[in-house]
Design a protein around this ligand. Structure first.
Ligand code: ADP
Ligand code: MG
Length: 261
């Protein structure tokens, strides 16, 4: 593939400076994500996964090195990038439709056509009858779907997902994994997922990146075999090679935890 990568990190360092100390959160990161690719980041708590997403989102300027989006330095937050968090952050006083179209409103792009496409997105996620309800009337899984619609509504071509399923029960989580992977594939979007669930990372991604902590850095990269990639996440877990790969990456992660990293 000689198309321009969606994300390129070159020798990236990120230092958090507080009034008492400076923390090297990420160091020497090199990473390329191609158009349409879906990668997962796994690693011990505090290894810089959220920091890395915030850097890609343009919320934190790199302390050293470069972050390129489509070959250009990230100027700051941009509508090309959608960022979905673990907590759904829906506003309780807004209806589901009003929540879902928030990003369009904030970027001054809300018109009848845009509203119609939000309604279609809601419909595609099985939320057609919720437009006029309020967040407290929905289950956790439904609220995360609304958050996904809100993230997709502005039509970003890169989605950053920070543990979006971790507060959900197992069944809902499996359904949402399928839904997200289907949606991104159909629309040709690129995705970066942070998860602490290794089987999820393997089931949904093209590549799994293991990060080590103190300071945060890339430890290893695993390409997911084609048969697992092609299967829907729900079925990927039954594919040949899944368990062996799971155990291989698990041992990698265990070494990290064992060293107290
Ligand atoms: P993860 O998401 O992998 O758990 P984070 O990216 O949240 O890790 O944090 C990486 C490191 O940076 C941790 O050591 C954390 O304490 C530190 N850190 C995160 N946010 C800040 C901040 N705003 N100020 C100072 N240090 C921070
Ligand atoms: Mg985090």
């Amino acid at each position: 593939m000689n198309s321009v990568p969606v994300v390129e990190l070159k020798d990236l360092d990120l230092v958090y400076v507080t009034d008492r100390e400076a923390v090297l959160a990420l160091t020497g990161l090199n990473l390329t994500v191609s158009p349409g690719e879906f990668i997962s980041l796994v690693g011990p708590s505090g290894c810089g996964k959220t920091t890395l997403l915030s850097v890609i989102a343009g919320l934190l300027p790199p302390s050293r090195g470069e972050v390129l989006l489509h070959g250009k330095p990230v100027p700051g937050p941009t509508p090309e990038v959608g960022y979905m968090l673990q907590q759904d952050y829906l506003f309780p006083w807004r209806t589901i439709l009003e929540n879902a179209q928030l990003g369009l409103e904030l970027t001054g792009r809300l018109n009848d056509a845009a509203r119609q496409s939000v309604l279609e997105l809601l419909g595609g996620m099985g939320l057609e009858n919720t437009a006029n309800l309020y967040p407290h009337q929905l289950s956790g899984g439904m609220r995360q779907r609304v958050a996904l619609v809100r993230t997709l509504a502005t039509n970003p071509d890169l989605l950053l997902l920070d543990e979006p399923f971790s507060a959900l029960d197992y069944q809902t989580k499996l359904q949402l994994e399928d839904l997200i992977v289907d949606t991104l594939r159909q629309r040709g979007k690129t995705g970066v997922l942070v998860t602490h669930d290794l089987s999820e990372a393997i089931a949904v991604s093209d590549r799994v990146i293991v990060l080590a902590a103190n300071p945060g850095r890339i430890r290893s990269t695993y390409e997911i075999p084609d048969n697992i990639r092609r299967a829907q996440p729900f079925y990927a877990r039954d594919e040949a090679g899944f368990n062996d790969l799971f155990h291989e990456i698990w041992r990698d992660l265990e070494t990290l935890e064992g060293k107290g990293e």
